[in-house]
Design a protein around this ligand. Structure first.
Ligand code: MG
Length: 369
């Protein structure tokens, strides 16, 4: 049997590491082509020694010497910086995991859409900022796009074998984040440490903050609009604190389908890897007796305004989602650096959006600008 050629971009991050966990048990089935990390050179070195990819790229040049010294007696071809990273994404492979966080992952995802048979997409910004472009590249190149985000993976799974015309609406589930029970007044003085205490998922820093502000759900709303060709009016979200139901699909006959599991990213990753089959994800079975009760709560606009702002402007499309995302990325960075307060994140997003009129971006350069 020929081995499947695979790339993992963003190897050292939370999704990258979960991907390696799934692959660890079945290494013999794969040819590892490219691994990449931005700053975490120690993790990249350890992963290279274990999985022996053909290429490895470190984003930050200052770590290159360390990478080179640690791997000098291997055959791994090493590089640093963005240009080399983009070159790696142009190698033809069977499967790519695009898991670089933030806007930096957009270009990599777009190249994977051209040079990979299957694109497992974890980078949200690709769909948010360049959704139409990504979908058309996948179509032209006959690339199968499978979402890694747990909510979209759930919807994708529920829609397999269904007729699109029977689809009525989608409801994304949200954990509610660490401030679910907090008053607006208390949220005003929320600290970085408090925002990083996610109740049900263990994720990277940026996405944990986005989850506390519900901006993550706003990005997921836009992702869902692109992936499942739905208007924003037909994509809802609801707080489900247990994070066991990963989203719901409503059909014309009023049936509701859902996918449930323990909240662990190895499940959607294993699904992407094996699609259309299923493999052992390494995650334990969900106990239904221990899962009750399953609760659902409305998202309050006054505490999570970013979600509602996004829902309102997402319909206008164009570069609005890209502006929203850029404003949030900068604001979250400032919050992490403790330069602004938690609720300032939304104020900055709102002000930035009101400074622009939307227009359409037809290529990656316009998106980047
Ligand atoms: Mg998600």
């Amino acid at each position: 049997m020929t081995k499947r050629k695979i790339d993992i971009f963003g190897t050292s991050g939370s999704i990258g590491q979960s991907t390696l966990q799934v692959l660890r048990e079945r290494k013999e089935l794969y040819d590892f082509i490219a691994f990449s990390a931005f700053n975490n050179v120690d993790q990249l070195i350890a992963d290279c020694l274990e999985f022996k990819p053909q290429y490895a790229n470190i984003g930050n040049e200052k770590h290159f010497l360390k990478l080179k010294n640690a791997l000098f007696d291997t055959d791994i071809i090493l590089s640093y910086g963005k240009k080399s990273l983009l070159d790696l994404a142009c190698i033809e492979v069977d499967w790519s995991m695009s898991a670089i966080i933030g806007f930096a992952g957009v270009e990599v995802s777009l190249l994977c859409a051209e040079h990979s048979n299957v694109l497992a997409l974890a980078n949200k910004e690709t769909l948010v900022c360049a959704g139409s472009l990504l979908l058309s590249l996948c179509k032209t190149n006959n690339t199968k796009l499978i979402p890694v985000d747990s909510e979209h993976s759930a919807i994708f799974q529920c829609l397999e074998g269904e007729c699109r015309k029977d689809l009525k609406s989608i409801t994304l589930t949200a954990s509610g984040g660490p401030f679910r029970d907090w008053s607006l007044k208390k949220m005003k003085s929320a600290t970085l440490k408090q925002a990083l205490k996610h109740p049900s998922w263990s994720m990277g820093t940026r996405i944990t903050i986005d989850s506390a502000s519900m901006f993550n759900k706003a990005l997921e709303l836009i992702e869902a609009m692109h992936l499942f060709e739905m208007p924003s009016s037909k994509v809802e979200a609801i707080i489900h604190p247990q994070s066991l139901i990963h989203s719901c699909v409503f059909f014309n006959d009023n049936s509701v389908l859902t996918q449930m599991s323990i909240s662990d990213m190895r499940i959607p990753i294993a699904y992407c890897l094996a699609w259309p089959d299923r493999i052992d994800s390494g995650v334990s079975e969900l106990s239904l007796e221990e899962s009750s009760p399953l609760n659902f709560e409305q998202i309050e606009e006054k505490r999570y305004p970013s979600f509602f702002l996004t829902k309102k402007i997402a319909e206008e499309g164009g570069i609005y989602p890209c502006i929203l995302n850029a404003a949030n990325e900068i604001a979250v960075k400032s919050f992490i650096e403790e330069k602004i307060k938690f609720l300032d994140i939304h104020t900055i997003i709102e002000k930035t959006v009101s400074n622009f009129e939307t227009s359409n971006a037809s290529n990656i350069d316009e998106v980047l600008e």
